[in-house]
Design a protein around this ligand. Sequence first.
Ligand SMILES: [Zn+2]
Length: 150
Amino acid sequence: MSNASVAQAVNRVSVGAALQAARIEAHEHQAWITAINRAALNLEACKWQFDGDDLRIESATNSGTYYTVTAAGCLCKAGAAGKACWHRAARRLLIKAAELAELASEISAVEGLELAEALGKAAAELAPLQTYARQWNAATIARNAAELYA
Ligand SMILES: [Zn+2]
């Protein structure tokens, strides 16, 4: 994706949908749940730039200090120690938001829906299931689906 389409794809709605999916995925890992929740708050409060792969984001505690988060990790104190940090959670949220938006634009084209409606549909149905299919075994998928649609 180009930078412009990344910027369009990453918005409050797609990040919200990504947040919902991420909380479900991380539900057995409290450190990551905490990091995801801080990321959601700090993405609103801190300055950041995201090119679809690398995230440059301002420290929540030292304004003017920036961290660059890549697929290799984050160089903040926690990240350098191999611990969960909200910067990495933020990068994952933005990547997931962009994926959801891309999926929504396909749904929108195929089904003739408005983009916002297609995004809701992608988040509610397809993205969680696809993510589960990649990352979880069948038993976990079944358990999460039962919780999600109960
Ligand atoms: Zn970090």
